[in-house]
Design a protein around this ligand. Structure first.
Ligand SMILES: Nc1nc2c(c(=O)[nH]1)N[C@H]1C(S)=C(S)[C@@H](COP(=O)(O)OP(=O)(O)OC[C@H]3O[C@@H](n4cnc5c(=O)[nH]c(N)nc54)[C@H](O)[C@@H]3O)O[C@H]1N2
Ligand SMILES: Nc1nc2c(c(=O)[nH]1)N[C@H]1C(S)=C(S)[C@@H](COP(=O)(O)OP(=O)(O)OC[C@H]3O[C@@H](n4cnc5c(=O)[nH]c(N)nc54)[C@H](O)[C@@H]3O)O[C@H]1N2
Ligand code: SF4
Ligand SMILES: [Mo]
Length: 679
């Protein structure tokens, strides 16, 4: 069969590569070898032909005149952004000779790969790169910037990243979006909620900001940042006190319900209201609604876990469906992440066995600034791909200071001259996902998908897999694993004896069908992956790991004497910084705003639309205000990771802490404090 690339005109199936739970099926329309339109694939069972505006406008990003076409090396001072084209062979040779030298003088751990999921493809984001850097013996990166605290917390309760099938949520009668801006970040869950609503479901949103998702709710419950565990415990208090707990379920499927029942007595509604800012009567109302409605579904978002206490918070919310036995109702239960169902064979894909020194150091990606400035022995080379740390990493000023180091050899592989690339010594052009072969596994729905290349590679750009293979050759590595084809790697990834949900799904089937659903079975039909095999309301393992064994509320760390908690989340029209450099998306998003409560604003003589300075001990920003009732007093919220444009000061991560959350080394983007003043 002719490849998609060779067919110059037509419509081709594809998949969205972005870091978004929906992982939409796409149809790419081509004319004369170029993409002219990107549409949703109406055949896709979950995403059903609807896609977001961001990706509908993706064509303009693929063919943006600013896209990188050839490798470039720095000719000016660090950070000045002056580069000159060089050939691929010179570029690869430059990296190889520098790294060979560093391995001699400083050892391979002086080289730090730094990546995230700018492209979710398994081969691009955690395939050939891991193989190569394991073989090189480079420092290990702990990829903690997104959702790890919550993932670890959820795992203590449920044993892993397993929730319900989102397709079942059309049956839900109560849907709680808890700390998730789903209208922007999980639009198909909203579409399913809308269907459920037509059949009588109520939609509740618990958030610190009445954003688009809050406005979509039947009932919006504003809460103070970092206090959700207390609310969940207050709900449990009432569920037990008013006999709404499902004792038969608790006995059969959980460990520790008697301990939990006693433990939550202290979280009475008055105490909880004082912590959370949620009125006592609303706590009762929500508990009674949750305790008397079935199926009740909780979609747990990333917001509550980007805090100092984020792991324990998600561990606690995850106990709620067990208290009321909702896991057994079709459309009841929760989803935090469903990543476990489609877990590939990571040992085969990433080959950790290629790493010889098992004591190789690990660097937490949330502390990049610290690592570049203070690590001992020092980091001497940074290889960045699929992420833009100069904007997305916390303690942004430290990150930039680190990137400015003259003795740091930085290589950035990206599609664009990102803020991070501005500090590079060498820039390598990356293909878009439409130019590659890759494997995609959603962390929300249960379909595994394949991407076959649809268009020719742009300019001289190369995929992650290709670049790492060139580097392997340059370094003189002869391990077969470093030269396998994409098809071979996908076949190995799918062959996971430890994951029954992938049984009998192989490369040929996937390649011919484009998407395949995991072999699903009811979540509680077998043992869970917790130590007891049951839902752990009381966790011995947590006690051993140094945590309270029962769900618990812990206040945020004191982040300095600044009056406001600062919550800088993502926005609707960008995906992290992806699209923040594309004209269409910027026009749609207009400008960043700082949302503040009218009482806080008037106490400071601030009016809607005023330009204000937002500052703390880490840095400062200048943003226009949106004054109103969309946030509680003492909280300010802004959305979007905006570009670092001349004449602006809108890098919100200059203000965010690089403290580490309670679990998994997670990020604490939303636990920082700031002050504001009118400019
Ligand atoms: N349009 C768009 N979609 C995206 C992204 C994007 O940038 N833009 N990013 C993608 C990525 S990488 C991720 S991880 C996901 C993230 O998507 P979500 O899971 O939606 O996470 P956030 O938007 O970070 O935060 C969710 C909500 O939590 C709220 N929040 C913050 N702190 C608290 C708290 O303490 N308690 C409560 N109850 N709420 C709180 C915020 O106001 C926000 O509305 O979205 C993905 N999808
Ligand atoms: N203040 C604040 N900061 C945050 C967050 C927040 O809510 N608030 N959210 C955090 C979260 S949840 C996340 S996940 C991170 C995300 O942050 P990042 O992972 O940095 O995500 P992006 O900014 O989208 O950057 C992805 C980059 O990868 C590039 N890219 C895309 N495809 C490929 C490819 O195939 N190969 C290569 N080499 N490059 C490619 C894109 O062009 C883009 O420049 O940000 C975190 N930072
Ligand atoms: S970003 Fe999300 S919603 Fe938009 S097309 Fe991709 S997967 Fe679908
Ligand atoms: Mo993320």
């Amino acid at each position: 069969m002719q490849s998609f690339v060779d067919q110059k005109t037509g419509i081709f199936p594809s998949v969205c590569s972005l870091d978004c739970p929906d992982q939409c099926g796409l149809l790419v329309h081509k004319q004369d070898g170029k993409i002219i339109k990107i549409q949703g694939d109406t055949d896709h069972p979950v995403t059903k032909g609807n896609i977001c505006n961001k990706v509908r406008n993706m064509t303009s990003r693929i063919y943006d005149s600013n896209r990188l076409q050839y490798p470039m090396k720095r000719i000016g001072k660090k950070g000045e952004g002056q580069f000159a084209p060089i050939s691929w062979s010179d570029a690869i040779n430059m990296i190889g000779s520098r790294w060979k030298e560093l391995i001699q003088t400083d050892g391979p751990e002086s080289i730090l790969p730094y990546s995230f999921y700018g492209n979710m493809g398994r081969l691009s984001a955690e395939g050939m790169d891991r193989r190569f850097f394991h073989r090189l013996g480079a420092a290990q990166l702990d990829r903690t910037i997104c959702s790890v605290a919550g993932t670890v917390g959820y795992k203590y309760t449920m044993g892993g990243s397993f929730g319900i099938d989102p397709e079942d949520t059309v049956n839900s009668k109560l849907i709680i979006f808890w700390g998730i801006n789903a209208v922007s970040t999980n639009m198909h869950q909203v579409a399913l909620a809308q269907k459920a609503r037509k059949k009588g479901a109520k939609i509740v949103v618990i958030d610190v900001h009445k954003n688009q998702t809050g406005q979509f709710a039947d009932w919006f419950i504003p809460i103070l940042p970092g206090t959700d565990a207390a609310l969940a415990l207050g709900l449990m208090h009432i569920l037990f006190a008013e006999n709404m707990a499902d004792n038969a379920f608790l006995k059969q499927y959980t460990v520790g319900h008697l301990e939990l029942r006693k433990h939550v007595i202290q979280y009475d509604p008055i105490t909880v209201s004082g912590i959370t800012g949620v009125p006592v009567e609303d706590i009762y109302k929500l508990a009674r609604m949750y305790g008397s409605t079935s199926p009740a579904f909780i979609r747990i978002g990333n917001g509550p876990q980007h805090h100092d206490n984020g792991g324990m918070c998600i561990r606690t919310i995850a106990c709620l469906p067990a208290v009321t036995g909702q896991w057994l109702a079709k459309g009841g239960g929760a989803i935090k992440s469903n990543g476990g169902f489609l877990a590939p064979n990571t040992a085969a894909l990433q080959r950790p066995d290629l790493l010889q020194n098992k004591n190789t150091r690990t660097i937490n990606m949330n502390q990049l600034g610290q690592a570049l400035l203070e690590a001992d022995p020092s980091v001497k080379s940074l290889f960045v791909y699929g992420t833009n740390p100069a904007v997305v990493a916390p303690e942004g000023n430290k990150v930039i200071e680190g990137l400015l180091r003259d003795d740091l050899f930085t290589v950035v592989h990206d599609l664009f001259l990102t803020e991070t690339a501005m500090y590079a010594d060498l820039i390598l052009p990356a293909t878009s996902a439409f130019e590659n072969t890759d494997l995609y596994t959603s962390y929300w729905h249960h379909y595994i998908q394949i991407q076959q290349p649809v268009i020719e590679k742009y300019g001289e750009s190369k995929s992650n897999v290709e670049v790492l293979q060139l580097l392997a050759e340059e370094m003189g590595f002869d391990d077969q694993a470093l030269y396998e084809t994409e098809a071979e790697m996908i076949a190995q990834a799918l062959d996971n004896k430890n994951n029954p949900y992938l049984d009998e799904i192989d490369y040929e089937e996937l390649a011919s069908k484009q998407y395949v659903k995991a072999n699903m079975k009811p979540l509680l039909s077998g043992k869970l992956a917790t130590p007891s095999g049951k839902i752990e309301l009381y966790s011995e393992k947590m006690a051993r790991d140094g945590y309270p064994p029962l769900p618990t509320y812990t206040p945020l760390v004191h982040d300095g004497d600044f009056p406001f908690l600062f919550v800088p989340g993502p926005n609707h029209n960008f995906l992290n910084t992806t699209f923040a450099n594309n004209q269409k998306h910027i026009l749609l998003e207009k400008e960043p705003r700082l949302h503040m409560n009218v009482k806080d604003a008037s106490a400071r003589g601030i009016n809607d639309g005023d330009l204000i300075r937002v500052w703390n001990h880490r840095g400062e920003c200048e943003l226009k205000t949106s004054v109103g009732e969309n946030v509680l007093e003492g909280v300010v919220v802004t959305q979007g990771l905006w570009a670092d444009l001349p004449g602006t000061k809108q890098l919100v991560n200059t203000l965010t802490p690089d403290r580490i959350a309670d679990m998994g080394g997670g990020a604490t983007f939303f636990s920082g404090r700031v002050n504001v003043e009118k400019l």
